[in-house]
Design a protein around this ligand. Structure first.
Ligand SMILES: Nc1ncnc2c1ncn2[C@@H]1O[C@H](COP(=O)(O)OP(=O)(O)OP(=O)(O)O)[C@@H](O)[C@H]1O
Ligand SMILES: [Mg+2]
Length: 405
């Protein structure tokens, strides 16, 4: 996959970075955003929970739920005469986003009533799925604002990548009222059933439940429901609007995975799901792949050389040489196993383009680090399977140049 084609194509308006927890969604989203801005696009990156140092380097020092300009973006690298692009970034504040929906849909008194409601407060900060819903909500808002020609969306750190697609509908179904209405009819249902449902529906920490005694909670729900009455239906509509946005031409999904069995299995599910939902998949990015700068030296030959050296002498430099050869052999084995996993993915999804990003020696926490990741998209845009060993060797040296370990 050539990521540059995707970001240079002005028809691309939204890029969503999905994947299971910890695979590098936030990093890749920021790197794609920066690269696109430096190639002349006007970009906003919507991040969820970025690491503190990365957030700081993008000028995100407070969680104020609005896009902030990122300084340090270079003038267009594509063509010196192109007008320069720009980059804005924001961190999603899910509670603030939820509050804003309430404020814009209810009159001030009613809004205040809802915002002060303890049930609303725990719903807006702890319902499993609120973050996914609010990320989509924010995406819809950014799209409607129409101030940027490209929106790059990072997704919440859920265990499963599918949560991003499923949670909003779950939440909007819930807010649409049927379940809520059941809850506020405790007399018919019996209070305990109602509470059990709350427990099941919320996955709320028990602390929250016990802090609010049962009957009080139900009263809160009741007031919440009557206060929210005017907004019911609105939630489903909004979720559907964003869902449509995700299927519209101009949207592209990048699935991120680590070169590990679980992450790639999760990526497979997600790819199949996108296909089923007719959502536009741009490709898979395998992040943090390991390569050796001396790819022509096989693990076996490296170990054999270490053996030979072993008997040679006891000097420090020999010991160092042996250690380096063994490390190299280990790295080669890891790279081979990562390649096997990637081939398995490609065998199952032959039409899905794959790109790889090498593991960096350090965490990625500044614009330069993001640039290195971005140039890896460009340098390593070929499918592993189509590379013969010659190309692999070349790739390894590119990685070394790009600063990979
Ligand atoms: N190619 C890479 N090389 C080295 N470190 C990386 C690379 N990609 C990401 N990282 C580091 O890995 C950590 C996790 O990355 P990131 O926060 O982007 O993952 P995530 O998928 O957004 O996680 P979460 O699911 O928790 O939101 C960060 O410290 C980041 O700097
Ligand atoms: Mg993240």
């Amino acid at each position: 996959m050539v990521v540059d084609h995707l970001i240079d194509d002005r028809r691309t308006r939204i890029i969503v970075c999905c994947g299971s927890g910890g695979v590098g969604k936030t990093t890749i989203a920021a790197a794609v955003g920066l690269r696109a801005a430096e190639r002349g696009r006007h970009v906003v990156v919507l991040t969820v929970d970025p690491a503190r140092r990365l957030a700081q380097s993008m000028g995100l020092t407070s969680l104020d739920n609005t896009p902030r300009p990122v300084t340090g973006v270079r003038k267009s690298q594509v063509n010196g005469t192109d007008p320069p692009g720009s980059l804005h970034a924001m961190m999603l504040d899910m509670k603030r986003t939820f509050d804003e929906i309430v404020e814009s849909h209810a009159d001030p008194d009613r809004a205040a009533q809802i915002l002060a409601n303890p049930f609303y407060q725990s719903l807006s900060s702890s319902f499993a799925g609120t973050q996914e819903y609010m990320a989509m909500e924010k995406l819809g808002q950014l799209r409607r604002a129409d101030e940027w020609d490209l929106i790059v969306v990072d997704t919440p750190p859920s265990r499963s990548a599918l949560d991003f697609l499923d949670a909003p509908q779950r939440l909007s179904r819930f807010l649409d009222g049927r379940l809520l209405r059941l809850l506020v009819a405790p007399a018919k249902l019996g209070g305990r059933t109602g509470l059990r449902m709350i427990n099941a529906g919320f996955g709320m920490v028990t602390g929250v439940i016990t802090k609010i005694i049962g009957s009080q909670l139900l009263r809160d729900v009741q007031t919440f429901v009557s206060a929210m009455d005017t907004m019911f239906g609105g939630f489903r509509e909004r979720a559907e609007y964003t869902y449509r946005l995700l299927r519209a031409p101009g949207t592209a999904f990048l699935v991120i995975a680590a070169p590990e069995p679980d992450a790639l299995r999760e990526a497979s599910y997600f790819v199949e799901r996108l296909e089923r939902d007719e959502m536009p998949l741009a490709g898979l990015i395998i992040n943090r792949v390991h390569r050796s700068p001396a790819a022509r030296l096989s693990a076996a030959r490296s170990l054999a050389a270490a053996e030979t050296l072993q008997g040679l002498d006891e000097s420090e430099s020999t010991a160092l040489g042996i250690a380096a050869l063994r490390l190299h052999a280990e790295r080669m084995r890891q790279a081979e196993s990562e390649r096997r996993l990637s081939r398995r993915f490609t065998a199952a999804h032959p039409l899905v383009p794959v790109a790889q990003v090498p593991a960096q020696p350090d965490d990625v926490h500044d614009l330069n680090g993001l640039r290195v990741i971005g140039s890896a998209f460009a340098a390593l845009s070929k499918n592993w399977n189509r590379q013969d060993s010659e190309e692999l060797a070349d790739t390894a040296s590119t990685v070394a140049v790009a600063g990979g370990s």
